[in-house]
Design a protein around this ligand. Structure first.
Ligand SMILES: [Zn+2]
Ligand SMILES: [Zn+2]
Length: 268
């Protein structure tokens, strides 16, 4: 493979076995790949970030022939970054077939459909999930459905909080194209980042939607936030998520810089 060193191989192998890593884990993995095989691991953060991008680009250039790619995603919960090894050739849900039975995938499809088409908040409750099991060709017991939810939560396909189920970080990354192509009329794109937006804030008078972290980024420091969609300009009537969320959400590579800035501020 072109330009692939042993450090790249170690990086790919880790992604192949884990599938999915958050920004902090990627940073540590990159460091240990460099150290193990004597690649330069630069002290300067900005330069190191550039090298990491090049490193991943080299990998992706080689993985493309297998229709795979290491792709970056952003959590709808807090805007944090995560990375997954994604199969680009087939973005259908049935691709998960090796881990789940056909009937389980049917239920997951119905859950995805409910979240995208029916739900305004990007969530579904457990009672609604049980109702969906009744629409399956082959019935599934409540216990089996609960079991499935637990397994899918472990695999990061879904997220469960206070009994509400939403799509997990992995589903957002891997199923974005599937959702956009199957539900073009219901799936909404965030006005700021242009990515699929299931959870977030919607304008009171048009269909403009923003992720929580994108609203926070867009309206930071504004006294009277207005809808960013061209021709609308309606007052944005939602509480803007606090700035801490945005600070936390910034790429891990920038975290050190933030803490340095804060320390510097304190010294003044
Ligand atoms: Zn967004
Ligand atoms: Zn609007």
């Amino acid at each position: 493979m072109k330009g692939i060193r042993r450090s790249h191989q170690m990086f790919i192998q880790c992604f192949m076995s884990r599938g999915f890593l958050d920004a902090k884990e990627v940073k540590h993995l990159y460091k240990s790949c460099c150290e193990t095989f004597g690649d330069a691991y630069l002290a300067d953060e900005e330069e190191r970030r550039k090298l990491l991008l090049e490193f991943v680009l080299t990998i992706n250039n080689n993985l493309r022939q297998f229709h795979m790619e290491i792709k970056k995603g952003v959590s709808e919960e807090d805007g944090s970054n995560f990375y997954g090894l994604v199969n680009m050739s087939d973005n259908n849900i049935t691709r998960l077939a090796s881990d789940y039975t056909t009937n389980e995938l049917e239920l997951f499809k119905k859950i995805v459909e409910f979240i995208v088409v029916e739900s305004a908040t990007g969530e579904i409750g457990s009672i609604e999930v049980v109702n969906l099991t009744e629409k399956l060709d082959r019935r599934m017991s409540k216990n089996d459905a609960e079991n499935l939810i637990n397994r899918m939560e472990e695999d990061k396909w879904i997220r469960v909080k206070q009994g509400r189920i939403s799509l997990g970080t992995r589903a957002i990354l891997e199923l974005e194209q599937y959702i956009l192509s199957v539900y073009p009329d219901s799936a909404t794109i965030c006005n700021l980042c242009n990515k699929l937006c299931l959870k977030g804030q919607t304008c009171g008078s048009c269909d403009c939607k923003l992720h929580f972290h994108c609203a926070s980024r867009l309206f930071r420091g504004q006294d009277e936030p207005k809808c960013p969609k061209a021709g609308c300009g309606e007052i944005w009537s939602h509480d803007i998520p606090n700035r801490d969320v945005t600070m936390r959400s910034t790429a891990v590579e920038q975290e050190d810089r933030h803490s340095r800035t804060r320390k510097r501020k304190l010294r003044h």
